[in-house]
Design a protein around this ligand. Structure first.
Ligand code: URA
Length: 262
């Protein structure tokens, strides 16, 4: 049963509870990113600009609107018409960036909801978060076109021209979200964002500066699905452990040893 209560009333209850915890010697509590974002809004003083989700959501909505009508993308004539914008928590400490939407993403209007997306969601959950806690984006917001007919589930790699036409949008998103870590999934995101001219396998395992942000590179979930090899899954998991350790996220023995016996 839910009980109606004002935000101020619930803040008082929360405040009392946190004081009790603190008085009993608790020094740290764990909050999801989404909960932290909501708390920032709830606790903003009257007139104080909320630098959290509210403002960011507005700025992202403006970027989304620009992306829908992006002349640089639409004038190419090589991309399909449906714009698939990013999803997730604008206050996330982590941003995952993939390549381009596929058929399922086009249908549902959300990135990473097909087979690769299901694997990405599993990776995020194994890291101890929920999909809603993080921000998920793609370099391209439109699916690359193959021929003029229905291309079914077929996808193709975006061209350098398509990446160049699309990249400003994701840069703008990063500037708004201001994550502590950007995780480039696969070669397209790596080349587009970091302009690295090498394979993902060589580029992974390091932290890169991307303007004011830190970034790292790992395999695209589609590659893991195609390869099926545990050796590659293990490498991706090592990358996620590196990300968690950089972000000082708690790492359990189970997480640490996830691939030990596989
Ligand atoms: N692959 C991507 O890179 N992005 C998606 O959204 C789905 C599959």
């Amino acid at each position: 049963m839910s009980v109606p209560i004002s935000p101020a009333g619930s803040l008082n209850l929360l405040n009392n509870y946190l004081r009790e915890l603190s008085d009993s010697g608790v020094t740290d509590i764990l909050l999801t990113e989404a909960a932290l974002g909501k708390l920032r809004i709830l606790t903003a003083k009257p007139g104080q600009q909320v630098t959290g989700s509210a403002n960011k959501a507005q700025e992202l909505a403006e970027i989304r609107e620009r992306a829908t009508h992006s002349q640089s993308c639409l004038s190419l004539g090589t991309l399909r018409d449906t714009m698939v914008f990013s999803v997730g928590n604008p206050d996330s400490r982590i941003v995952f960036i993939g390549e381009a939407p596929g058929s399922e993403e086009e249908k549902q209007g959300e990135p990473f909801v097909g087979p690769a997306g299901k694997l990405l969601t599993k990776i995020i959950e194994t890291m101890g978060m929920n999909r809603e806690d993080v921000y998920i984006s793609n370099i391209l917001k439109f699916r690359p076109r193959i021929g003029n007919t229905d291309q079914g589930a077929k996808n193709r790699k975006p061209s350098a021209e398509e990446v160049a036409a699309s990249i400003q949008c994701v840069r703008d998103e990063i500037d708004v979200v201001r994550p502590e870590l950007i995780i480039a999934l696969g070669g397209c995101a790596m080349q587009g964002l970091l302009e690295l001219d090498e394979g993902v396998n060589r580029a992974r395992g390091k932290l890169y500066d991307l303007g004011a942000h830190k970034a790292m590179v790992t395999f695209h979930p589609s590659y893991l699905l195609r390869s099926g090899a545990n050796s590659e899954k293990r490498k991706l998991w090592e990358d996620m452990l590196m990300a968690m350790s950089y972000l000082r996220m708690p790492i359990s023995d189970k997480q640490e040893n996830y691939f030990k016996d596989r």
